[in-house]
Every structure is written in C-alpha cells, then in structure tokens.
Design a protein. Sequence first.
Length: 289
Amino acid sequence: MATDSWINETLYPDWGQRFLVKRELARVQSDFQDIVIFDSFSHGRVMVLDGVIQITERDEFVYQEMLTHVPLLAHGSAANVLIIGAGDGGVLRRVLQHRGVRRAVMVEIDGEVIRLAKEFLPAIGGDAWRDPRADVIVGDGIDYVKRATDASFDAIIVDSTDPIGVGEVLFTDAFYANCARILTSRGLVVNQCGVPFMQADELRETSARRQKFFPHVTAYVAAVPTYVGGFMTLGWAAKDASLTRVVTEEIRARAQAAGVLGTTRYWTPEIHVGAFDLPPYISGHLPVA
Ligand code: SAM
C-alpha cells in the first residue's frame, strides 16, 4: 500500500526524526513490544520497536560492525561469544565472520522480532541463522546469564533496546555481576549505551554499575546516522585493561587472520583504535580511571 505518511520516532518528547513511509510491511504487537517494519524512501527497510528506530538497511553496517569487530578483535582469541538481544541477526552474522569463533549463542526475548527480521530484513542476518556454530534462543537475557556456567564465554555483546521496558534488566547490577561470573579471565562485555548528547544518564549510570564488577570500564563511539544526536556510545567493561591498548597494526593483523579485513564499510583498524578517543562531553560521563 503506497502512502504519503510519515513515521515519527518517539524516543524524545521534544525532538526526533521522521521517515516518509513508502510502504508498511508489518505491524505486530508482540508479548513484549510494538513492532513495525516499513519500507522508507531514504533508508531502505526500517525496524521500529515501541516507537524507537532500531535498525535501517542503509546504516546498520556502522553499528553492527563496531559492536562486533571491536570487542572480538581487541580480545584476539574469542571462541565462545554470547549475544543478547540483536533480534535482527546483524550482530550474529558478523560474529560468525570471525574464523576463531566456535560458538555464538544469541538470546533474544522476542521471537516475533526474529521471525519478522527473517521475513522482511533477510539481508541483515543473511545465512547466520543456519550456521552450525549459532545457537539462537528465544528468552530473557537476564535469565540466561543467571543460569550460564562460570567462565563459559570470552565476550558478551548486548545489543538491546534502551533501558526502558524489557531492556531495562540488561542494565542492572545483577546482570553485570552475572556477566562477570560467566566471562573468562580476559573476558569483556560491550553494550549499546545510547547517544550521550541526549542520553548521558544511560552512559553515566550503566558505567558506574559496570565498574562494580569490572576493573576496566570505558566506552567507544560510532557515528550511526539514524541514532540521532551525534555519536552513539558502546559501553565497554573488561577484566583486562590491555585490550584497549592493542595497536593499530596488531588489530589489522588480527582482522586479516579472522577473515574480517576488507569486508567492512565503517570499521577499519584506525577507526577501531580511534573510537576510544572520546570528546570531553562524552568522557565526562565515565568513571575516573
Ligand atoms: N541496534 C538496536 C539499537 O541499538 O537500538 C537494537 C537492535 S535489537 C532489535 C534490540 C533487541 O533487544 C530487540 O529485539 C529486543 O526484543 C531485545 N531485548 C530487549 N530486552 C531484552 C532482554 N531482556 N533479553 C533479550 N533480548 C532483549
């Protein structure tokens, strides 16, 4: 159905972006959230959850590459990776690009997001869903980390919605305490941490929580066009502070060995290293080292 209607993002009461809708593809009220997928004139297909833009075909590569390649290449030998949220499959696809990954467990609370992403956004997850190393679980991430075995993962990637609604539990002390327990001795957890120009509290409060359980807490940035407000921050909590000090040439060598170098459109070894150099309006919300 062609329309000349607009979809307005409702993340902020007094500011936002809007998309001219070419065609609405799906509108489902799941047990957890309102899911809309539509075809836009400007960004290809777009997924919206509870009025918040989650992913667009046009700029998803920025966010997925940075949320995935930075932690895995900084770690250098991640074999067991836990992904929480990420129902569109984009993070799973990029985790499985890494030759050294043996197991990628993905825990997404809403099976409807997976079903609709497979149907209407097939390129984002690609063949990841059928990869024998992938274990896709429909469930709550907080429950999964409670039950998971000690030191069973090298990296945890939390690609959740914002800390409102079902996503809220993924920003709590209990969640981070269990992440620390189930990570190996050089393990780390990264998570989407909002746009600090508009959501500084999210970065400040969750960084303070992560600091209770991890010796090295910082953040890195990515310029995601449809996460409006400037830099998107990705929260970083690691047991080994040296992970963010890996030099560009070593990152390049690791990316080559992993099979990632030359496959990206935003991430580069230089962007990887530079993403941790934060402007004061962002670093000011991080715990003092
Ligand atoms: N890249 C997007 C962003 O930064 O806004 C997020 C992508 S993904 C669609 C977010 C996913 O987190 C959603 O599919 C949502 O269902 C899932 N999610 C929210 N809370 C969760 C929880 N407690 N456990 C597992 N998945 C959760």
